[in-house]
Design a protein around this ligand. Structure first.
Ligand SMILES: [Zn+2]
Length: 65
């Protein structure tokens, strides 16, 4: 049986990614949106906070250690 290809979904995703594509005015590099997980540890609990952050050449060395 042939697998159905969901072409419509793929192109939709591609377009969404292109819409988000931005250039940093400072370094002139691509700005990428990445999901960054920050761990917040209390006395008995550890919380995970997910943040969407923008990464370009200005701050990528801080994000990707
Ligand atoms: Zn930059």
């Amino acid at each position: 049986m042939a697998k159905r290809v969901t072409k419509g979904f793929a192109s939709k995703t591609e377009k969404a990614l292109q819409d988000k594509h931005k250039i940093c005015p400072v370094c002139g590099g691509d700005i990428t949106q990445v999901k960054h997980v920050v761990t917040d540890s209390g006395e008995n609990t550890i919380r995970f906070n997910e943040k969407m952050i923008k990464v370009c050449k200005c701050n990528q060395s801080e994000i990707y250690k």
